[in-house]
Design a protein around this ligand. Structure first.
Ligand code: FAD
Length: 391
């Protein structure tokens, strides 16, 4: 590698994919200079607890770091905290930071994750929250901690539903407002989305489906939300959780952003020496027809390690079927594979007891499975789905 670069491997974004890439590079014997740009003021940390144990007061955000500061020193990984990438000049192999400084790289991994999709209708207010970072979770925790008042959650996706579950357990009155006819409509067939809505209703969540927010009025103590069915919801606190967008605006002038960055199986973008992984990237799936941005923990971790393999000159490993999990009202929900549109749902177990596997089958597409409180069946579900994928 050239001695004139500031980093042999520069990683923009200090999250899960970045962490896994660093670990795999050092494990694989890479001894070049690694620099990680972290726009947050903290070392890489694990996000799933933010919408679960942190909100419940069971974990402090200070416990979420993947590694102790000593680990980065011992492995000679330089974390630049509070350093945001602003622009990429791929021809010059330079990343410019928000403070105007410039770093030259040999190889670049863009792993800047995603951020909540904005909903400008709600304006700026200390009562209106979103949830992506440790700071967001801390602010929301501070508002929900006394367990009283009302919370309105806009969006019945994974994060909205997990926050609804945590807030109910804390004692708040919770309303979930979703424009689609069922929760998690992009990930699950309607029957399973409705099962999830039922679970929330059993736990006292007011779930409003097929209902959009029409207008918002900020009162002196509450926010009044008018819905498309003519009804109103009043809440002291609002969480906006209507999905995420890849945090790739900074790559716009390079031709890569905005939007998810398409890569090959080894994480290579269309630009020389530039790779992408995690929520910001879109990898080819195990089935040739599936090229879906995953935006889940397991994919981000795997893709970080995949880029390390490419940088070490190794071939990528075949990807397993995708998987995500979610914890809601004490249930562990896991989805393996991509639920095919128009699939047939076959139940094994007892949905009323929250103990079942739903097999999602299709005549032309690979199957998927949703597991509820069946973590031990995950390997078997994975194996069955993997066996149905093309080699
Ligand atoms: P991240 O881990 O988000 O890291 C990206 C980092 O890049 C961030 O620190 C970001 O601030 C930084 N960044 C952004 N722009 C720039 C820039 N221009 N310059 C420098 N840095 C920048 N998945 C599951 O499968 N199950 C779960 O239960 C689950 N729960 C979740 C709960 C919450 C609250 C959240 C937010 C996510 C959850 N996920 C879950 C998803 C999972 O955490 C993400 O898929 C994973 O963190 C993505 O990793 P990443 O490295 O792509 O991005």
């Amino acid at each position: 590698m050239s001695a004139t670069v500031d980093a042999d491997v520069l990683i923009a974004g200090g999250g899960l994919a970045a962490q896994r890439c660093c670990e795999a590079l050092r494990r694989g014997g890479f001894d070049g200079r690694i620099v990680v740009l972290c726009d947050e003021p903290r070392a890489p940390y694990d996000r799933p607890a933010l919408s679960k144990a942190v909100l419940m007061g069971e974990r402090d955000v200070s416990t979420l770091a993947y590694r102790e500061p000593r680990w980065y020193e011992e492995h000679e990984i330089e974390l630049l905290l509070g350093a945001a990438a602003r622009e990429l000049d791929a021809t010059a192999h330079v990343v410019e930071l928000e403070d105007g400084s410039r770093l030259r790289y040999g190889q670049l991994l863009t792993a800047t994750g995603s951020r909540p999709r904005p909903l400008p209708l709600f304006g700026e207010s200390e009562r209106v929250h979103e949830l992506r970072t440790a700071a967001d979770a801390q602010a929301l925790r501070d508002r929900l901690a006394n367990g009283s008042g009302e919370l309105a959650v806009i969006g019945a996706g994974l994060i909205g539903l997990e926050v609804a579950s945590a807030a109910r357990a804390l004692g708040l009155a919770v309303t979930v407002i979703e424009a689609a006819p069922t929760p998690l409509a992009r990930a699950l067939p309607p029957a399973l989305g409705l099962w999830i809505a039922g679970l929330h209703r059993e736990h006292g969540v007011d779930v409003r489906l097929a209902t959009a927010v029409e207008s918002v009025e900020h009162g002196s103590r509450d926010i009044h939300i008018k819905l498309s069915d003519g009804s109103y919801v009043t809440a002291e606190t609002v969480l906006l959780a209507v999905g995420t967008v890849p945090a790739t605006e900074w790559l716009k002038s390079s031709g890569l952003g905005p939007g998810a960055i398409g890569v090959d199986a080894g994480g290579r973008t269309q630009l020389p020496d530039v790779y992408a992984a995690g929520d910001a990237a879109c990898y080819p799936g195990p089935h040739p027809e599936q090229r879906i941005p995953t935006q889940h923990w397991e994919a981000a971790a795997r893709q970080g390690a995949t880029v390390a393999r490419s940088l070490l000159g190794q071939e990528p490993l075949p990807p397993p079927p995708s998987m995500f999990w979610s914890d809601q009202h004490g249930r562990r929900i896991q989805l393996v594979g991509h639920s095919p549109d128009g699939c047939h749902v076959e139940l094994d177990g007892d949905p009323a007891a929250s103990d079942f596997i739903a097999w999602l089958t299709h005549t032309e597409l690979p199957p998927a499975a949703m597991l509820v409180n069946r973590p031990d069946a995950l390997p078997q579900a994975r194996a069955r789905i993997a066996a149905s994928l093309p080699n």
